[in-house]
Design a protein around this ligand. Structure first.
Ligand code: NDP
Ligand code: MG
Length: 396
């Protein structure tokens, strides 16, 4: 049996996933049970310092160099090192830790995750953008260095659990569920007037603001379809999305004998995080137990492509592969910034991403075979720039 990890790092400790991970570590004994190597955050240095003190981390890193003096002040006398910037994040990922949580939001999470994999660590992967932008690179790096990636996204953790003891060759289909987000029941014509506050309210899950808005647009599910393709290596046509408003069934795996294995649980990320933390064992986790008699019924529906155009775009990305995932993710992030800043209405986000994908694949042909951190960063920058231009022209 594999022992519970002795040394851990959390990248993105101050975020929603980071806080849940911290909570589990503290409940499991905190500094008495784990040696915490690195904790990282960006702007919220007060909380980062608090967590680093509580877990007696070796080093606390803020991604933002301007926040370093504040972090140093907050850590004064604690014995925790303070560092800042992208290079410091990589340096933190180079430090030996058995189990590394990758929970930075966005493309910024990729480089530290890759660094941890190069050292053969177990990477608990919440940062879905890593798989979407660089799936083959991530999986090959893990393989080459004997590292392991454990999925933390709830749907992927559910699939992973449904697959325990099974052969991927016996799988016929993978179904990931979606709540349908904040606007599931809105008339389509009202979406153009949706506000940021309205889009930032999730019916079932408490998450960071960006992923909550991505749930309303289903860009989050689009990322997850690609994530499923990259992590489990199944062809796109085997992956289905099902709207399930209760968010209790997280995913289902269909086998060639017709069996469908469903994973159910309360919508609480501490389940998926805790599963990755205790894997291959199951630990006791502080998540609510489902009372199905009380819940009574579960409902399912096919997603409406007119309401959720992001799902169609995900199919295009999977058909192209190469740099398409990086372009899709970057254009999506830029479109989301545009929506949050009030520059474009909610339904225009999909149009921006579609246009950036179309223009960039016409110009450069995104389906190249070999991706590297360098060409991904280039594609990311170019797609953000182009999305900015598309947004600006849409405003004129
Ligand atoms: P949050 O926005 O809550 O937290 C993001 C974390 O990343 C914070 O620690 C933040 O620091 C840090 N951060 C922000 N920008 C940068 C940057 N440029 N460089 C380095 N660090 C940065 O996100 P979530 O916790 O919601 O999500 C984290 C990841 O997990 C995402 O990839 C998301 O898609 C995925 N995920 C999240 C789920 C959820 O339930 N929340 C579910 C499934 C997947 P600070 O706050 O100090 O500024
Ligand atoms: Mg998810």
């Amino acid at each position: 049996m594999t022992p519970i990890p002795r040394s851990v790092s959390i990248f993105g400790a101050t975020g929603s996933i980071g806080e849940s991970t911290f909570d589990l570590l503290m409940r499991a004994g905190g500094p008495d049970a784990f040696r915490t190597v690195a904790l990282t955050g960006a702007r919220n240095v007060a909380r980062l310092a608090e967590m680093a003190r509580a877990l007696r981390a070796e080093v606390a890193v803020t991604a933002d160099p301007a926040c370093l003096p504040a972090l140093r002040d907050a850590l004064a006398g604690s014995g925790v090192e303070a560092a800042a910037g992208e290079a410091a994040l990589i340096e933190a990922a180079d430090r030996p830790a058995d189990w590394v949580m990758s929970a930075i939001v966005g493309f910024a999470g990729l480089a530290p995750g890759l660094a941890a994999l190069r050292h053969g660590r177990t990477l608990a992967l919440a940062n879905k953008e890593s798989l979407v932008t660089a799936g083959p690179l991530l999986m090959e790096t893990a393989k080459a260095h004997g590292a392991r990636i454990l999925p933390v996204d709830s749907e992927h953790s559910a699939v992973f659990q449904a697959l325990a003891g099974e052969e991927i060759a016996a799988v016929e289909r993978i179904i990931i569920t979606a709540s349908g987000g904040a606007f599931r029941d809105w008339p389509l014509e009202r979406l153009a007037g949706a506000t940021v506050a309205q889009a930032s309210t999730h019916p079932n899950w408490a998450m960071g603001q960006r992923i909550t808005i991505d749930s309303a647009s289903m860009f989050n599910k689009a990322l997850e379809v690609i994530e499923t393709r990259e992590y489990f290596g199944v062809p796109p046509e085997m992956i289905e999305v099902l709207v399930h408003p209760e968010s209790l069934v997280h995913a289902m795996v269909g086998f060639r004998d017709g069996a469908l294995m469903a994973h159910l649980g309360a919508p609480d990320m501490r389940h998926a995080i805790g599963y990755a933390l205790n894997w291959p064992e199951r630990g006791h986790l502080p998540v609510a137990r489902l009372d199905l008699a009380q819940i009574g019924r579960l409902s399912f529906a096919a997603p409406d492509p007119a309401r959720y155009p992001a799902l169609t775009l995900a199919r295009e990305v999977m058909a192209i592969r190469g740099l398409a995932g990086a372009v899709f993710n970057a254009a999506k992030e830029a479109a989301l910034d545009g929506f949050i800043a009030g520059q474009i209405p909610f339904p225009a986000m999909a149009g921006v991403v579609e246009e950036v994908l179309a223009r960039m694949s016409a110009q450069t042909g995104l389906g190249i075979a070999t991706i590297s951190l360098d060409n991904l960063q280039g594609a990311d920058r170019e797609a953000r720039g182009l999305a900015g231009a598309v947004i600006a022209s849409a405003r004129m």
